[in-house]
Design a binder for this molecule. Structure first.
Ligand SMILES: Cc1cc2nc3c(=O)[nH]c(=O)nc-3n(C[C@H](O)[C@H](O)[C@H](O)COP(=O)(O)O)c2cc1C
Length: 184
């Protein structure tokens, strides 16, 4: 069993990354192999919309660090996608990664491969209420659903502007742990 985390926060000390890692630790304690990707430290270009993938069995024409994430997604049994909320949406880096998954869209081979893989989403934010953040996170889950993945949990963890603020929030860490448990 392999569970991967896709962290799209650019910050060292990211609350989102801590939440993802907390969920992964639960999976690891149950015997899963885990890996986390810091996408802001990777060279990932935006989708060019050239539809090369549609004529090449879901393979993207761009040769950049996204190839590492493609391989990990194809090997994983479960995936956690995490993003801070930036102006009511996921981060730009998160959208870059998500758009590049378009290469899998309408690929029968990948729809079948992904049908046994569950995806869950973790958001972190500052002062906005959860209701303002959940729609953007749900939209990410819907995108994974369109690609054929099983839809798991969506959680948003507010009041996390300060670096590592989440470390003092037992309730939020418990939410992240539950999300991790539900992936196994
Ligand atoms: C460019 C930018 C836009 C932001 N927009 C929002 C927002 O719309 N709503 C909100 O509640 N917090 C917003 N925040 C705060 C972050 O969502 C919050 O600090 C989050 O917990 C950061 O996650 P991280 O610690 O994993 O980086 C914004 C922060 C930045 C830098």
């Amino acid at each position: 069993m392999k569970v991967i985390g896709i962290n799209t926060s650019p910050r060292d000390g990211s609350n989102n990354k801590i939440a993802i890692q907390t969920a992964l630790d639960v999976a690891a304690a149950k015997g899963a192999e885990t890996e986390i990707f810091d996408t802001c430290k990777m060279n990932i270009t935006g989708c060019q919309g050239d539809n090369y993938c549609k004529a090449h069995e879901g393979k993207c024409a761009i040769d950049d660090d996204m190839t590492k994430i493609y391989s990990a997604i194809e090997e994983a049994d479960a995936i956690i996608f995490g993003s801070p909320i930036y102006f009511g949406n996921i981060t730009g880096q998160g959208k870059l990664v998500l758009d590049r998954l378009y290469s899998y869209f309408m690929s029968e081979k990948h729809q079948k491969l992904f049908s046994n893989k569950k995806v869950s989403i973790i958001g972190t934010n500052g002062v906005a209420p959860k209701e303002a953040c959940i729609p953007a996170l749900n939209a990410v889950l819907e995108a994974f659903g369109m690609l054929g993945f099983q839809k798991g949990d969506v959680i948003d963890l507010p009041d996390n502007n300060d670096l590592k603020a989440i470390e003092g929030k037992e309730d939020q860490l418990t939410e992240a742990k539950t999300l991790g448990e539900n992936l196994i």
